[in-house]
Unconditional design. Structure first.
Ligand code: ADP
Ligand code: GLC
Length: 482
């Protein structure tokens, strides 16, 4: 099976969040099942720098007013098709925003050209290559199914995966005329969305199947609270919506061989974690003693509940726990957490920034990790934590609810618990959840059982890759019959 994946980020080339981890790891898992993935990716400067051997494979004189070339490259086991359009993608700053964090004003142009190039590849623009199925990720890739659907050429079936429905790619109605779509696409069935242009909306309407990254999130987005305006569409298309939970790359996240750890340890025994605990305490200048040492590794945003964490800090410390925080994002939240650290020297510390090795060390050394998200399509940090013997304390939402077994009475009695679910989310629920975890840790035996359960939980991609493969096959078979 030949799969064309369309994604605006991919690990290890360019990453702002878990999306990149997913698009970077899924190809290898699918490969084992006989699916060959090629990934279409924008030619950001950061990507071109890392692909010096990329070769020209096609040229398009004009897409949306830009000359576009497609470069082929094989990097880190990934088969990439890079959409090179210097005026659109070769900029200082990140993939979506400038150095000050402001979204680029022409993101609609950047990602419509990108999606159009992907659609042209999908319908055979590269000599000798025609994919059987197309897999599009998030709003940046969402116009691809729309171009395929409103185009004139026979097109392979497409799947639209929602990693976060909060980001929809919504733009002023005026841009519609610039997208190169026929007038019929300005409709309920196309990209029209409450009087403006909705990229994600158009993709969800046009794709043959919709997936999101956990079964619980697939249910949640049917309600207004989580659907963010798209709940009506999701309900109308419920028959083609499913949730497939993410896995992690267990070669990158392997505590036996991880170079970022002070002391490695086997996946079935956590005995040597204490060396990492000491290293984390030293790095952050913390003195956790016998209390619970809790990690936070996250984007500092409202989605992740970081405002509630800032409110909960004093209560957490009063109950005897310590906090090591690694994250960056919202400046107001960074300040609030920095102030909390100043109030509690030796017990609360924050490192602002993005630091992959430190994230690994924290997972391998902290006793628990706190993930108090308001919504969480899947979440990857709790999966890494399970594998590294770091007990997750999570909000009961989305993929967090699906991947962590709560230490409630039944879970503890059956010996199957792997972490803690917070009560209805509030600062107080966070304080109480951390206190509950500390109480179980004092009962050494029950805690050791939870750590072991977590470390032996299947967090690999295998089962989910099979689900994707089966979905792709099903769409291919149905199209062949039609
Ligand atoms: P999201 O994509 O919503 O940010 P996920 O949990 O799916 O959340 O993925 C986040 C990924 O980024 C994980 O791999 C996590 O370890 C990593 N991460 C987030 N913040 C940081 C940070 N400050 N330093 C290092 N890694 C981080
Ligand atoms: C998004 C979601 C996160 C998910 C990730 C990868 O960033 O916020 O929950 O794990 O995508 O699917």
């Amino acid at each position: 099976m030949k799969l064309l994946s369309v994604a605006s980020e991919i690990f290890p080339l360019i990453k702002t969040g878990g999306l990149a981890d997913v698009t970077g790891a899924l190809p290898a898992a699918l490969e084992k099942l006989g699916v060959q993935t090629r990934t279409v990716l924008p030619g950001y400067s950061q990507v071109l720098d890392k692909c010096p051997k990329a070769k020209l494979v096609a040229e398009f004189a004009n897409i949306g007013g830009h000359a576009v070339s497609i470069l082929g490259a094989k990097v880190a086991g990934l088969d990439l098709l890079i959409v090179k359009a210097p005026g659109l993608f070769e900029r200082d700053g990140g993939p979506y925003a400038d150095l000050n964090g402001a979204d680029y004003g022409d993101n609609w142009r950047r990602f419509s050209v990108f999606a159009k190039a992907a659609a042209m590849i999908a319908t055979g623009a590269l000599k000798g290559y025609k994919p059987d199925v197309v897999h599009c990720h998030d709003w940046q890739a969402a116009l691809t199914p729309a171009y395929l659907r409103f185009g004139t050429e026979p097109a392979p079936p497409s799947v639209m995966t929602i990693h976060n429905i909060a980001f929809q790619g919504q733009f002023a109605a005026q841009v519609f005329g610039e997208l190169g779509l026929p007038a019929s696409a300005w409709s309920f069935d196309g990209v029209e969305y409450y009087g403006s242009v909705g990229f994600l909306k158009g993709g969800l309407q046009a794709a043959d199947a919709i997936t999101t990254v956990s079964p619980t999130y697939a249910r949640e987005i049917r309600n207004a609270e989580f659907g963010m305006g798209l709940e009506g569409l999701i309900n109308a298309r419920a028959g083609v919506v499913s949730g497939i939970v993410n896995g992690i790359d267990t070669d990158v996240w392997n505590p036996e061989t991880d170079p970022a750890l002070a002391t490695g340890f086997a996946t079935r025994t956590s005995a040597r974690r204490s060396g990492n605990r000491k290293a984390v305490a030293k790095h952050f200048g913390l003195k956790p003693g016998d209390g619970l040492l809790v990690a936070i590794v996250t984007r500092l945003t409202w989605q992740k509940g970081m405002d509630l964490l800032a409110e909960a800090v004093d209560g957490i410390v009063a109950n005897g726990a310590s906090l090591a925080i690694l994250g960056s994002g919202d400046k107001g939240l960074e300040n609030a957490l920095q102030q909390a650290a100043q109030r509690h020297p030796g017990r609360v510390a924050i490192q602002v920034g993005y630091d992959e090795p430190l994230a690994h060390l924290m997972q391998g050394g902290c006793d628990a990790i706190l993930v108090p998200s308001r919504f969480e399509p899947c979440g990857l940090t709790q999966l890494c934590a399970l594998r590294y013997g770091c007990v997750p304390i999570v909000a009961r939402t989305g993929g967090l609810a699906d991947t962590v077994i709560d230490a409630n009475m039944a879970g503890l009695a059956a010996g199957i618990a792997t972490g803690f679910h917070l009560g209805p989310l509030s600062a107080r629920a966070i304080v109480e959840g951390v206190a509950d975890a500390a109480a179980v840790k004092r009962d050494g035996k029950a805690w050791a059982r939870m750590v072991k359960n977590g470390m032996t939980t299947d967090v690999t991609w295998q089962a989910s890759a099979e689900r994707y493969r089966n979905l792709f096959q099903d769409l291919i078979d149905r199209q062949a019959k039609a």
